[in-house]
Design a protein around this ligand. Structure first.
Ligand code: GLN
Length: 482
């Protein structure tokens, strides 16, 4: 039986109706993952044994496998952050998100590749080599959750966990043609997730359907005493949203600042066509303005490195981490153990926090962050959700932009503002567009649905209706590796 095209809920139905077993499903995905991983380089570590357990009755997860970004600590499992610094680090404890996922009966499929410490948007920054996009293995899958997006897109696993600090779930979801969901800041606990920028980091999901994203959200999200920034508001999703077939009564904002020059025409066309589909489905479309959008990238690339420089301080090779030829030379341990992007951000971060520059950079950026947040607050007085492109382009060639960090940072232009404001963001595949360098190729495009604070359910509702409306169009194409 083929399982690669099925959602978690469809797989669960097959098990519950006795048509297959958890063990067959697990072994099927392990076999596919083992077969295709050499081509995709999407996993850092794979389980080596077939699932010995067939007794998964009762629990929602039913033993279904979930890929886990190699940034979530799992007890006694190697957790590397795709860094040489942590190449041999075996975590002594478990992250809250993976713990909740496992208690619900899902099985970790171990560790997917990423940009080192989640710094990047292409997957190229991994110490273990770049992950390939299943739609065209000569291209990037997006990042930093590169492996998690690729394994779901290629049908190597039905769902995967990722993290999103400035777009790391949404952008690769768009580029790999899968659903990507970043709940708002504080909805998923950060406990046990290796920190990048602590005021921005959000765990979330890659799935085949919006409904699966909702299922995982209800399981892993919610208050956690181990993370004092986690929110207490409950995370229950009203079941009725899954029955909605149209968007009557829903107000959708379209921010003009997200439709700028520089966005590929093919991408723009797919996003605008989807907005028209929403109108036809009964939504009221409202033009809105988020006037401080243009400062998003500058603000993010000050605040993020500032927090990175602080979070990276612990990797010195003394308590743990890479040790250069048995020495206690911290500088050398770090120089050898950390990749160039991590070093760049640590340096920039130390600079913007240093006395004399703190006011000019970090303090100013924090003030502008509030203006960006206020823009959204204003917009959400009028509308339920915002619809925007996720990234200005489709997937580009591996190494094409790697030597130009600024070009890479610009790719984050549409995902960063919602991160700075701590808002939920859902990406749903809506079409295909050709890259500039190959008119014969069609690559996935996803739309971004941004919701207000605590507005996860609204994102899921709108995303589910869009997904149903475009099911045939999206289902008509498959990745090369499939
Ligand atoms: N691409 C962004 C960056 O490099 C976002 C990364 C992320 O969300 N982890 O910072």
């Amino acid at each position: 039986m083929e399982f690669k095209n099925l959602s978690l809920l469809e797989l669960r139905d097959l098990i519950n109706s006795g048509k297959t077993t958890s063990k067959s499903i697990y072994d099927y995905f392990l076999e596919r993952s083992t077969k295709y991983n050499p081509e995709l380089n999407a996993y850092n570590t794979l389980p080596s044994e077939k699932n010995p357990d067939n007794g998964w009755n009762g629990n929602v997860g039913l033993g279904l496998p979930i890929g886990v970004k190699d940034l979530f600590c799992e007890k006694w499992i190697r957790t590397t952050a795709s860094s040489l610094m942590l190449e041999n680090f075996v975590s002594p404890y478990e992250s809250t998100v993976t713990d909740r996922m496992k208690k619900a009966g899902f099985i970790s499929f171990w560790k997917t590749n990423l940009d080192e410490f989640a710094m990047g948007g292409s997957g190229e920054n991994s110490a273990f080599g770049p992950t390939k996009n299943p739609w065209d293995p000569s291209r990037i899958p997006g990042g930093s959750s590169s492996g998690s997006a690729a394994v779901v897109a290629a049908g190597l696993v039905p769902a995967a966990l990722g993290t999103d600090t400035g777009g790391s779930i949404r952008q690769p979801a768009s580029m790999c043609g899968v659903v990507g969901f970043k709940p708002g800041y504080g909805r998923n606990s950060r406990s046990g997730v290796i920190a990048m920028a602590s005021s921005l980091d959000c765990p979330g999901y890659f799935t085949r359907t919006v409904r699966d994203a909702g299922l995982l959200y209800e399981i892993t999200a919610g208050a956690d005493p181990m993370d004092m920034t986690s929110l207490t508001k409950d995370t229950k999703i009203d079941e009725k949203i899954w029955e909605k077939k149209d968007l009557s009564g829903i107000k959708i904002g379209v921010p003009k600042e997200y439709f700028i020059d520089g966005i590929d025409l093919g991408v723009r066309h797919e996003i605008e066509a989807t907005i028209e589909t929403c109108r036809a489905l009964g939504a009221t479309i409202v033009d809105v303005s988020l006037p401080h959008t243009e400062y998003g990238i500058s603000v993010y690339y000050i605040i993020c490195p500032a927090e990175v420089s602080s979070n990276m301080g612990r990797y010195d090779g003394i308590r743990y981490g890479h040790v250069a030829d048995g020495s206690f030379n911290i500088a050398k341990n770090r120089e050898e153990g950390l990749g160039s992007e991590v070093q760049r951000r640590s340096l920039v971060g130390s600079y913007v926090l240093s006395s004399g520059f703190y006011d000019a950079y970090y303090k100013k950026a924090s003030a502008v962050r509030e203006l960006i947040r206020d823009d959204f607050t204003q917009a959400f007085r009028e509308v339920d959700v915002l619809l925007t492109p996720t990234a200005p382009t489709v997937a580009w060639k591996i190494w094409e932009k790697w030597s130009d960090p600024l070009a890479l940072y610009l790719e984050d232009i549409f995902t960063i503002p919602a991160s700075l404001a701590g808002l939920p963001g859902l990406v749903v595949p809506v079409g295909f567009a050709s890259p500039k360098d190959d008119a014969s190729l069609e690559l996935p495009v996803g739309i971004q649905i941004i919701g207000p604070v605590l507005g996860e359910e609204k994102c899921l509702l709108v995303g589910n209706v869009i997904e149903q409306a475009l099911k045939e169009k999206i289902g008509s194409k498959h990745p090369k590796i499939w």
